[in-house]
Design a binder for this molecule. Sequence first.
Ligand code: SF4
Ligand code: SF4
Length: 360
Amino acid sequence: MAGKLQVVICQHQGKNPVKRHLEESIAAALIMDDGLDVSLVPHLYDMSHDHTGMLFLRSVPGDVVILSWLYPRSARWILDRAGVRGHEGVTMLTSDDDDEDEDEEEAEEAPELKGIGAVNVPNRKIYCIDMRVRSDLDSFITELKRISADKSVKTFDLMNWIQGNPKQEQLERYLHPERMLQAAGNGNGNGNGSVNGNGNGHAHADVLPEPTKRRWYPVIDYSRCTNCMECIDFCLFGVYGVDTVDRILVEEQDNCKKGCPACSRVCPENAIIFPGHKSPAIAGADGEVGSMKIDLSRLFGGESSQSALEMAVQERDTELVADGRHAVGMSIGIPKRREHQDEKRDELDDLIDGLDDLDI
Ligand code: SF4
Ligand code: SF4
């Protein structure tokens, strides 16, 4: 029996009806498609590593398309940390802004990434698509069919690969997305995948089994991370650790302080992502400002003229004090960063001098 390409829709955290409707429309269209299998899981960032949605994702052996409300870089490295690995699949579905940028910057080459990279990457592809890039169903279906038609795509028959650990019954809800839609009061129960049950076309995450709660933790992009360990020196909340081969990892995700992105400002390689942060650079958008971690929106925004490092220190102190501990200012976890800044002094000097010249 020919296999199908597995598509996984990671649901939005909120109950925004427009977003829910798009998720359900895509799921309903794919249920009817012979070449694609579709599953719905909760929001990717919010699932713990032992959530059955993550177990399901780890169980998919072939190529997989992940549709989420996250920048693709965020989605890819969240998956990597959870043991869902593969080579990056190329998607044509990018934001209109990206398309324009590419046109304008045709000759500009992507910067060379010097990170330590992912380990134990199986020979399959993971395509991550940000659902915010389009609002119409057709764009998604066209792109999914394009990927599915690619002869190099590795597919498996859905019902044959679920065996052993985890057990099929554990993953049942993900194998039958039409039942999940129905459970949410939206399926019409006839199994044809149309979503019109209660007339409003909205699913509700709170009726889904095994709900998630909103989380906040750093995600490391290993294509950029050089294993310099500045983040583990800087964080005083026990979030970071090292693995068995001395690679940095986010060990205790839920020790991180909600809303605080301090260590992302300290990382010299822009390798630390907080997918829920309002600034695209911190939330995992691809761009960066030179090779320096400087939040220009803050420099230009008039909120303060602090450097990224000063902001990070202040954010860390705020969390320490909130925990009943003493503020430490620049006294802990900073020296290596200073050395690093000294090494890159020419680049930093150029940028600061440029800003000085603007007389702002
Ligand atoms: S500071 Fe950045 S580059 Fe250095 S180990 Fe941490 S994540 Fe990697
Ligand atoms: S944001 Fe703060 S608490 Fe969270 S990992 Fe970074 S330094 Fe640690």
